[in-house]
Design a protein around this ligand. Structure first.
Ligand SMILES: [Zn+2]
Ligand SMILES: [Zn+2]
Length: 374
């Protein structure tokens, strides 16, 4: 090593180390999610399936909190695998509540609800299941797969079946409801099912949710970074929109237990008609309804008040003057329809089929709006 390098290397090293306080972390993003409330309920955005270095994720728990704040979420849970600990040599014998505690500390000064959770991780037919709203993850550890379910239930948990169609456990890519799961459902130890996990949507999982009266869920199951997996691709992570009576942890749990959810992955919305219909209805607001002068053509300006691009098909008796009968209203934007009503009306009923939304496999909701004409 030359004397000059010997001089420069320590200085360069010093320059490369910046104290943490020199980097104010940003909790804002250009792409926060936003959805309207529905009558009687708040629409809270949740992602209740995420990993950190405390299981097989690649980030410290505080990063999950910052990602959620940047994306504008209301509720998250860090659900570390109980039985899969690939970082055990670096983080030996971790307290299974630690991930939650660190996230809670980071979220203290912010408006983000942290839910205590864990992923019960077994091979098929038990599969992977998240228990959220638990009080002690350590108490869920047991060799008998029935124990974590019964203990979580006693702790007051909401429990859901993760990625039921995962091809590593279901090579045909279709979920199979096992006797083990049927028993958990009958004992009140399994309440929900993911129909959307990462970028995957399972119609068969939706059918199981409807048949077994389970809560419909969508989650990111993030292991790396939300920005790299979703935001950089122009997407938001999958979410479960929960219709809660207030903005509290207990209200979120009550809503999940009562199945008041819609799983949202960008333009794909999946939920029971009971919640999907009012949610879509609140998402589109007609901001203008007036006739083009000297015509019977009604101009309707539709505003999309969500962060999802929404696809619709005209199902009215009236046809359009300008638009295709199938049209998309981009997230946060307006779209103008010109409806040929054939005569001047005081009011019309706008009726559209939501082609990106499913209330059963292959079944789209039909939404109506009563529009007074200006
Ligand atoms: Zn899993
Ligand atoms: Zn997972």
């Amino acid at each position: 090593m030359t004397p000059s390098l010997r001089f420069w290397i320590p200085i360069l090293l010093l320059l490369s180390i910046r104290p943490a306080f020199a980097q104010p972390h940003s909790h804002s993003s250009s792409t926060p999610v936003s959805f309207p409330d529905i009558p009687g309920y708040l629409s809270l955005t949740t992602d209740l399936h995420q990993h950190t270095v405390f299981s097989d994720g690649s980030v410290w728990p505080d990063i999950r909190v910052m990602e959620a704040l940047r994306e504008g979420l209301d509720v998250i849970s860090l659900t570390e695998h109980l039985e899969y600990q690939p970082h055990a040599e670096d983080i030996p014998h971790p307290d299974r509540n630690r991930s939650y505690q660190i996230a809670l500390e980071e979220a203290k000064a912010h408006d983000l609800i942290i839910v205590h959770g864990s992923e019960i991780t077994r091979s098929s037919p038990v599969g992977h299941n998240n228990a959220v709203f638990i009080t002690d993850a350590n108490a869920l550890l047991d060799t008998d797969p029935k124990v974590p379910f019964s203990v979580a239930r006693k702790q007051g948990a909401f429990i859901f079946w993760n990625h039921p169609a995962w091809y590593a456990q279901q090579p045909q890519g279709n979920p199979v409801l096992s006797d083990f799961q049927k028993e958990r459902i009958s004992k009140g130890e399994l309440h929900g099912i993911e129909v959307i996990n990462t970028t995957d949507y399972s119609q068969e999982a939706l059918q199981i949710a409807l048949d077994e009266n389970l809560t419909i869920m969508g989650t990111s199951d993030i292991h790396g970074l939300i920005d790299w997996d979703y935001i950089d691709h122009g997407k938001h992570r999958p979410l479960t929109v929960v219709f809660a009576k207030d903005r509290s942890s207990s209200a979120v749990k009550e809503a999940l237990m009562e199945r008041r959810t819609v799983a949202v992955y960008n333009s794909l919305w999946v939920g029971r008609a009971e919640w999907l219909v009012p949610f879509l209805k609140a998402s589109i607001v007609v901001t203008q309804a007036s006739y083009i002068p000297e015509t019977q053509i009604l101009k309707l300006v539709l505003e999309n008040r969500t962060s999802s691009d929404l696809l619709f098909e005209n199902i009215m008796e009236y046809t359009f003057y300008s638009s295709s009968p199938v049209f998309e209203i981009p997230a946060g934007q307006s779209y103008t329809l010109q409806v040929k009503t054939l005569e001047i009306k005081d009011a019309i009923v706008l009726s559209l089929r939501a082609l990106g939304a499913y209330m059963a496999p292959g079944v789209h909701p039909e939404i109506t709006w009563d529009i007074p004409v200006e």
